[in-house]
Design a binder for this molecule. Structure first.
Ligand code: CO
Length: 210
């Protein structure tokens, strides 16, 4: 790993390079941000949001946690979603999981990992919802990868069920929630084609009528 002083040096070079190719870039960005995307991804160091989709600073609002989970009692994640949807008025919320996710792998096993097992419990719940399908997969890596996909799909629905997204849709706000999975082995993203842009695909019990 690089030393911290070399990171600061590298930062100076990075800022200089951007300012050279795009004079006034930072000054302009300092006055406001207007990203159109909220990215909800895994904390894994191999899945940096902006970098893997070629976006610049200012283009994407980001929330990351272990295994890209959207939990209805997580004030951190919910506050990010509220700010992104109500203030920034993003057009897209993308839940981005990744194959080979360590959090998903841990959730599939019974080791004692301490506190984090409470967090990973969300993925165990998804496993039990799909255990008929998952138990048919004998290859361990493939089983983890399929659960990575199912976890993303579950979190897409969790985003849709938040009061923030429900209220936005009840006001006809243009907002679509998507599910993607990133391949750490090839650097490519797979669209799971589970995009939802209205209440039609969410169970009526979650609807909010204004
Ligand atoms: Co992960």
């Amino acid at each position: 790993m690089k030393s911290l002083s070399s990171l600061l040096k590298s930062n100076k070079n990075w800022a200089k390079k951007i300012e050279t190719t795009n004079p006034g870039f930072f000054e302009q960005l300092a006055t406001q941000q207007s990203p159109e995307i909220l990215w909800i991804g895994c904390s894994d160091s191999r899945v940096p949001a902006n970098q893997i989709v070629g976006l610049d600073p200012g283009d994407v609002f980001v929330h990351r946690n272990v295994a890209n989970i959207v939990n209805q009692t997580d004030l951190n994640c919910l506050s990010v979603i509220q700010y992104a949807v109500e203030m920034l008025r993003v057009k897209h919320v993308i839940v981005v999981g990744h194959y080979g996710c360590g959090g998903v792998h841990a959730a599939l096993h019974n080791e004692n990992n301490g506190l984090i097992d409470n967090w990973l419990r969300n993925i165990k719940d998804t496993y039990t919802e799909h255990n008929d399908e998952l138990n048919k997969i004998t290859n361990e890596e493939q089983k983890v990868d399929r659960l990575c996909e199912l976890n993303v799909i579950k979190q897409v629905h969790n985003v849709c069920q938040t009061t923030v997204v429900q209220e936005a849709w009840s006001k006809q706000q243009n907002l679509t929630v998507h599910g993607w999975v990133y391949g750490i082995k090839d650097g490519l993203i797979k669209d799971l084609n589970v995009s939802i842009s209205s209440n039609k695909k969410t169970d009526s019990i979650y609807h909010i009528n204004n």
